[in-house]
Structure formats: structure tokens, C-alpha cells
Design a protein around this ligand. Structure first.
Ligand code: AKG
Ligand code: FE2
Length: 192
């Protein structure tokens, strides 16, 4: 990929369908939420026998990467409901459209590789806690990739929909500090 003299990607504009905002909660709210999340039973993410470095817990609906099953699971816990409301407001969705909450803990050295979220889901709204991260995006353009990157501050929120959601892949660069993310998703019209 080409860069300019400063090593900044030439194609650095964000893809359509990616929205971002800082400070979706106060530092006090963030600390209280992290304390609650520390009590959530996260388990290492598993994919085809491979153990990921990140730990996750799903609420509402659960997609199992081991056997590709998709099923309802325990309801979204009360401590996440105020955040779900803000996520829905930010994304312009009805609160109850966000039927899944995924809690992810990235320990130092953990990231997430290139992927598109499972097609059973539609809108994706992600909140970052405790440490910043970089959300990278890429889309094949001929033999190359078009690329973009979005710094995610702690306490920030992003919404992936449209092209950014369906045509681009995303990944999170591995970090050297613990980060939590809470991801709310709606179901795809075909999965409902
Ligand atoms: O940590 C994040 O904000 C992104 C997580 C993600 O892409 C996913 O779980 O599908
Ligand atoms: Fe994702």
C-alpha cells in the first residue's frame, strides 16, 4: 500500500457507514461499568479448536463459532441496559432492536483479526472502555486493499452499518493494555 512522506495512508477517509463519537459516558460511569464487567464470566474465544487471546460473553443471542450455531441465550444484564439505550440513540435505532450484547476483554497482546461480523447480525455498535485502540478497515480493490483506520478513544462509541459493515472488513490492532469492548448488534432481517 502506498503512503505519503509521513507514512499516512493516502486512502485514509473513513468508509461510508462508519460513525464515531467520543465520551459516550463519564469517567465515573466508565469505572463503575468496568467494575461490573469484571464480574461477568468471560471465557476465551474459541474458533475451530483455536483459543483466542480475547475473552467474551454473549447476551441476548449467541453465535457459536465452534459449530456455527445461533441461539438465544441469557438476557442482556441490567448493568448494560443504560449503555444499550445510548448505543441505540447514537445509531438511530429502537433500543430493543439491539438484541445482542457482546462483552469482550482484550488482555495485553490481544487484538482481533480481519473479519466481517456474522451475517445473522445487521447493525453493530461498539463501545471502548479502559484503553484506546485502533479500528482498522480494509476492502479489496482489484489486487490491492483500500484501507482506513479509526482511533477509538476509551469511552467512545462507533456504529458500523451500510458499506463499512457489509463491504469492508475490520480488525483491532493488538494492544499492550487491557481494553474492554461492549458491542451491541441488531439481527439481520433474514435472521429474524
Ligand atoms: O472490540 C471491538 O470494538 C471490535 C470487536 C469486533 O469486531 C467483534 O467482536 O466482531
Ligand atoms: Fe467485528
Amino acid at each position: 500500500m502506498q503512503g505519503n512522506l509521513f507514512g499516512v495512508p493516502l486512502c485514509a477517509t473513513l468508509p461510508p457507514g462508519l460513525a464515531y463519537a467520543d465520551e459516550v459516558m463519564t469517567a465515573t460511569e466508565e469505572a463503575a461499568l468496568i467494575a461490573q464487567l469484571e464480574g461477568v464470566a468471560v471465557i476465551p474465544f474459541r474458533f475451530q479448536g483455536w483459543l483466542g487471546k480475547r475473552q467474551t460473553a454473549s447476551f441476548g443471542w449467541r453465535y457459536d463459532f465452534e459449530d456455527a450455531s445461533f441461539a438465544q441465550t441469557e438476557p442482556i444484564p441490567g448493568c448494560l441496559l443504560p449503555l444499550r439505550e445510548r448505543a441505540a440513540d447514537f445509531a438511530g435505532l429502537a433500543t430493543d432492536a439491539l438484541v445482542q450484547a457482546l462483552v469482550t476483554r482484550y488482555d495485553p497482546g490481544a487484538g482481533i483479526g480481519w473479519h466481517r461480523d456474522r451475517p445473522v447480525f445487521d447493525h453493530v455498535v461498539g463501545i471502548s472502555l479502559e484503553a484506546p485502540a485502533t479500528l482498522r478497515l480494509r476492502r479489496r480493490a482489484g489486487t490491492k486493499f483500500e484501507r482506513a483506520a479509526l482511533p477509538l478513544a476509551r469511552r467512545s462509541i462507533y456504529h458500523l452499518h451500510g458499506a463499512a459493515r457489509h463491504e469492508w472488513e475490520h480488525s483491532i490492532v493488538a494492544m499492550d493494555r487491557r481494553r474492554w469492548s461492549v458491542t451491541f448488534r441488531s439481527l439481520s432481517p433474514t435472521a429474524r
